[in-house]
Design a protein around this ligand. Structure first.
Ligand code: MLT
Length: 404
């Protein structure tokens, strides 16, 4: 008799964004005349920039010609893209990351979910609370979470690091020493950024204790202020304690075409093993590489025209962020984020719980957002809006919320 993986049975309900989609679809089916504005999932709305789609078209044409056709991609990514990443995202910022420390993949969600596979089951995992649910759910699936405690809304074996108004939504170093620490800055969902000095404290803490930081930098392109690191490798000593994950989704609109990468420096050794080699082994066995045509599109992101065009797109989304931030402030909401990140994190009015506010917003303003509690117990009483919407729709959504 087949047995299923019982750790999967521990998972709570459905994935947050699937649950939201289910509720919105039900509302929409019952209210077909209502124009719903979706500021829930952080999905981009602008088309991919023309210099990037030109590269994509050219790569498709190469696939149609015997001499330039490509079969399987190298498991770890094409050299041209790994070099472009190493040069532009790292060396240009003074970080010594070599092309052979970069692993190209189909996106940051998969990498941040899969990376835990190279670690033993008994490692103690620390996550921020609230947190991007993928880090938690994949550790539940892997059997590291223990049981769910209904009273606290937390998993018994995970270390939770509360992020709230008192610490500016940047976690304090935990008292219990974790083996694996997930950090995401600029943060999803709170939109908070971490200063270089504060991140250096985390790097020192991890090196001192032999922990590994899994640093999700998916939103680094949205940093607008000085003193905020774009990469954890800007901190001294990060090569011996940090893995960094990046996405092409948020900076270049690749949510539908899929491309990301993970960096594991050769100096990152635990248990006598270079983690880079384990990840390479995992990639080699389970992955056939991101498609050539998508990697060519990724390379075009680093071209002069590509950089100019993606900066314009980021400015468009950050304009939405300012509109939401200022509009909600005017309406009397307490709001955070939206300066170095495309997310606005607001306190629900009158201590309303997050899902009640979700329902109220959907029913009265026909606007969809994300309930803070979906990101963890400390997200209760908060709500997230994304700046990735269409500009006119975003303005209309804010006006509707103001008139609620
Ligand atoms: C989010 O809305 O939190 C993100 O879009 C999810 C993701 O990037 O996977």
């Amino acid at each position: 008799m087949v047995k299923v993986n019982e750790d999967y049975l521990k998972l709570r309900g459905s994935y947050l964004f699937s649950e939201i989609a289910k509720r919105v679809n039900a509302y929409s089916a019952n209210n077909p005349d209502k124009k719903i504005i979706r500021l829930g999932i952080g999905d981009v709305t602008l088309p991919i920039a023309s210099s990037i789609t030109d590269a994509l078209h050219a790569a498709v044409d190469e696939m149609a010609v015997k001499e330039t056709f490509k079969g399987y991609a190298p498991d770890l990514g094409y050299e041209f893209l790994r070099k472009a990443i190493s040069e532009n995202d790292y060396k240009a910022r003074g970080c010594q990351i070599e092309a052979d420390e970069v692993f190209v993949s189909d996106g940051a969600k998969s990498d941040s979910g899969n990376i835990q596979e190279i670690f033993g089951k008994d490692n103690k995992v620390a996550v921020c609370d609230p947190v991007y649910p993928v880090y938690v759910d994949t550790n539940v699936m892997a059997g590291r979470s223990g049981d769910f405690d209904e009273a606290t809304g937390q998993w018994k074996n995970l270390i939770y690091m509360p992020c709230d108004e008192n610490n500016g939504f940047v976690a304090e170093l935990p008292k219990e020493i974790p083996d694996i620490i997930y950090l995401c800055f600029p943060n999803n969902p709170t939109g908070a950024a971490i200063t270089k000095d504060k991140l250096q404290e985390w790097v020192d803490f991890a090196n001192k204790n032999g922990s590994v930081i899994i640093y999700d930098a998916a939103y680094e392109a949205y940093i607008s202020e000085e003193g905020i690191p774009h990469s954890i490798y800007e901190c001294e000593g990060a090569r011996t304690c940090a893995i960094e994950i990046h996405s092409f989704s948020k900076n270049a609109g690749f949510t539908g075409v899929r491309l990301g990468y993970t960096v594991i420096p050769k100096d990152l050794v635990r248990d006598g093993v270079a983690l880079r080699d384990l990840w390479a082994r995992r990639h080699g066995t389970k992955y056939n590489g991101a498609p050539y045509i998508i990697q060519k599109a990724g390379e075009a992101v680093y071209s002069v025209e590509g950089q100019k065009q993606i900066k314009e797109q980021i400015a468009y989304y950050m304009n939405n962020a300012s509109y939401i931030l200022n509009g909600l402030k005017e309406a009397g909401f307490t709001v955070y984020g939206g300066v170095n990140a495309p997310y606005i994190w607001l306190k629900t009015p009158n201590n309303m719980d997050s899902w009640s506010f979700f329902d109220k917003l959907l029913n009265t303003a026909n606007v969809v957002g994300t309930p803070g509690v979906g990101f963890g117990a400390h997200g209760e009483g908060y709500f997230r809006l994304t700046a990735f919407g269409d500009a006119d729709a975003t303005k209309e959504a804010v006006d509707r919320i103001k008139n609620m």
